[in-house]
Design a protein. Structure first.
Length: 266
């Protein structure tokens, strides 16, 4: 991932310092990182933003990058990601200001560097998907990570973005319904027992009817570690036709929260 020299001030990022950083980059650095650094080196002066510093500066640098992207399609997708991210962070401006004011200089420095690397990773991922909805979800994940009161866990955020690239609208419809009926229990207790999950399951919109789509969707969600299949009761005959049931895992709840827009959560 792109690393910025610690001699460069986060709020300033002077063009000459970025140019020196770019010259130090070798061929092992990804083309996206090299292009971004090259474009940033020509940014005189850094465009100001209506967002709280330093996040506004980060987003503005992405906007400069977009102007010279070679692929029109990928540029549109990345631009959509940045626009969504900007909107999300505007909604959270009060929280962002409170957060930045509560952090020490070193903590803020570390947080911004982590966020910048993740924004760049999100841009790469946005290039790889044609779904605008999935691009928006990547942006929402980044926005929620930026405003989180907890230190940013880059590995978790990166994994959430990878999952967001692969799950579709139907998958999320089922996941969100499972969160609706059992999410509070998982949030309060850190887990849900198999027995409780089995009983609560039929309160979902799917009821108790046999539905092949359930296995298709939840098997996919299970492969990402978001849910876990509940073994059927021991008293069921092996030849009985029954509906599979699934339990929400903490990771599934966390993912659902990460793709929830601040506007929808309030």
């Amino acid at each position: 991932m792109l690393l910025i020299s610690r001699s460069v001030a986060i709020d300033d990022f002077p063009p000459d310092a970025l140019e020196k950083q770019f010259q130090m980059e070798d061929s092992s650095v990804s083309p996206v990182s090299r292009v971004l650094l090259k474009l940033l080196s020509h940014l005189v002066p850094v465009v100001k933003s209506d967002l709280s510093a330093p996040y506004g500066e980060i987003l503005n640098r992405f906007m400069v990058w977009l102007r010279e992207r070679n692929s029109a399609d990928s540029s549109v997708r990345i631009q959509l990601m940045v626009a969504t991210l900007r909107d999300e962070m505007r909604k959270m401006d009060h929280s962002l200001r409170a957060l930045t004011e509560s952090l020490s200089s070193d903590q803020l420095d570390s947080r911004v560097r982590t966020a910048f690397d993740l924004f760049l990773d999100g841009a790469r991922k946005a290039e790889q998907t044609r779904s605008e909805d999935r691009v928006r979800r990547i942006a929402i994940i980044l926005g929620n990570a930026a405003v989180s009161a907890q230190p940013i866990n880059a590995d978790d955020v990166e994994e959430q973005m990878r999952v967001a690239m692969d799950v579709g609208d139907t998958d999320l419809k089922y996941l969100r319904e499972l969160v609706r009926i059992t999410g509070r229990t998982v949030a309060d207790q850190g887990r849900i027992t198999r027995g409780n999950a089995y009983q609560q399951w039929e309160h979902g919109f799917w009821g108790t009817r046999i539905n092949p789509e359930i296995d298709s969707v939840f098997s996919k969600l299970e492969s990402f570690g978001l849910v876990s299949r509940i073994p059927p009761p021991n008293n069921l005959n092996i030849s009985a036709d029954f509906q599979s049931r699934y339990a929400l895992l903490p990771k599934g709840l966390s993912f659902s929260q990460s793709i929830t827009s601040h506007a929808d959560a309030t």
